[in-house]
Write a protein that binds this ligand. Sequence first.
Ligand SMILES: C[S@@+](CC[C@H](N)C(=O)[O-])C[C@H]1O[C@@H](n2cnc3c(N)ncnc32)[C@H](O)[C@@H]1O
Length: 278
Amino acid sequence: MIISYFQANQLLQAKKTGASSVNISLDLGKTQNNIIIKSNRFIFPDNQFIEEQIVKKIIKKDTSCFFIKNNGIEKIEFFSEKTNKYYKLFPTKSWPTIEISGIRMHCVKDITPKQDTIKKISFIKPCIGNVLDTCTGLGYTAIMASETADSVHTFERDDAVIELEKINPWSEDLFDNKKIIRKKGDIFQDIKELKNDFFDRIIHDPPRLSLANLLYSQEFYNELFRVIKKHGKLFHYTGNPGAKHRNIDLKKNVIKRLGIAGFSSLKEVFNGVTGEKK
Ligand SMILES: C[S@@+](CC[C@H](N)C(=O)[O-])C[C@H]1O[C@@H](n2cnc3c(N)ncnc32)[C@H](O)[C@@H]1O
């Protein structure tokens, strides 16, 4: 059972109106459950309860998600000694995102992670055949691509992110959907083992350049070109060009290197670049 300040607000509002129960989501918006309100307690379907004063604490932490555990709450965030980074599941009004040492993995300003994902997939429509999703993250691009594709091959190298995938209700399909082939590994290395001309679509959604420069390198782009089929389409996320001048150069440089790799019809689009193998 997971809640964030959205559900905490609903609980407090219901209590205020004198209701004896309220429907809220305990899986970040996927389904609804009935919570009993008795004096200052909220009683959950498994008979655990949390006190009103704890719910009030949740509404003050609008950047965290919480497990309901032992009649209390536990933040869904942790430090990884392996990467020396701090990871948290970050709530939004739709699907959550991950924050890694202060950097969020999806756009959450003016757009939700869900809308962000719909946009990314729209640039490689129709999203069919074999899809390469280079960086799994919470799996949103992989899961949405799998709705229309035959197979989606997706790679994640960070154990801490994989732990959050297992916790996040909206990542569940990553583990249940037979079309999705999950690999734990570094795509910069693992792409070398992938077959020539195999993928109909590629979604390349790396962390920002300063955190993953190899995934923006000529060597990697040459590999993307090698593994994509003739007439295959690529979407490469680069970030928002309007926001920073540096990003304008980034898109142009990405286009230049993708062109050298062999991609054609290269175009700047919202938050990224698209291309094709002619
Ligand atoms: C922007 S997120 C991807 C978001 C994802 N498309 C989604 O829909 O949730 C980038 C992810 O790539 C992972 N990553 C970074 N470098 C990688 C590499 N070399 N190989 C595989 N995954 C990598 C990061 O750990 C992070 O989870």
